[in-house]
Ligand binder design. Sequence first.
Ligand SMILES: Nc1ncnc2c1ncn2[C@@H]1O[C@H](COP(=O)(O)OP(=O)(O)OP(=O)(O)O)[C@@H](O)[C@H]1O
Length: 239
Amino acid sequence: MIAFEDIAVQLGGRIVLEDATFTVHAGELVGLIGPNGAGKTTLLRTALGLLKPVRGRVEVAGLIGYVPQRHEFAWDFPISVEDVVMTGRTGRLGLLRRPRTTDWEAVDEALERVRMTDLRTRPVGQLSGGQRQRVLVARALALRPAALLLDEPFTGLDVPTQELLSELFLSLAREERAVLMTTHDLAGAMYGCDRLALLNRSVVAVGTPEELAERDELWMRTFGISPHSPLLRVLKAAA
Ligand SMILES: Nc1ncnc2c1ncn2[C@@H]1O[C@H](COP(=O)(O)OP(=O)(O)OP(=O)(O)O)[C@@H](O)[C@H]1O
């Protein structure tokens, strides 16, 4: 599980996130929802220990696998799918540490899990957006993490690929991992996540899609939208 307890984070001399308290339990997929600049990435980076909160603490039981936004990865680097996944185990200094049998076993297992075994020797530059996203998930899984953090995994993907990945994330959660995913695809999150955390500089609400769909005021507060926003109708339909 991942437990955020009263987190406050300061960046550039400004508090960008505060009063962030919620828990992602093992076995569930939680969507982290909020407008641009709400502090979603900041919260993920805090869980990873890359940012130190000025208040509160994050507790994570076990290793964390991190799936960054796809554009943050250097896809034009001449490296194969399996070698990228291996860096999930060996880190940036991967080429200096020779992989052991257990490392390759973990890589094989991760590739199988995301159905990328057939493409393991393919240079990553030749992959489609959906395949690249699966490689990044496999790289995170190679660590055999107890928790998985996904930063906007659906951006730029077509609907069938989003649905396929959404099913994958849910099944990864059901294998007793705690999975936390940021997304701007609200209808997809209403449909595919067990619970949602609404964030706008602080946590506005946490609940199941069904619970939150009925609470217009929470979405208005999170996104600064009017009571007449079409979003409110879409959410109810998707829940
Ligand atoms: N290095 C930094 N220095 C100062 N302020 C920063 C820094 N990084 C982020 N911020 C600010 O912190 C706030 C939260 O940013 P964050 O990237 O966490 O938002 P987000 O919810 O992930 O947004 P998006 O949906 O656009 O990815 C923003 O106001 C942003 O401008």
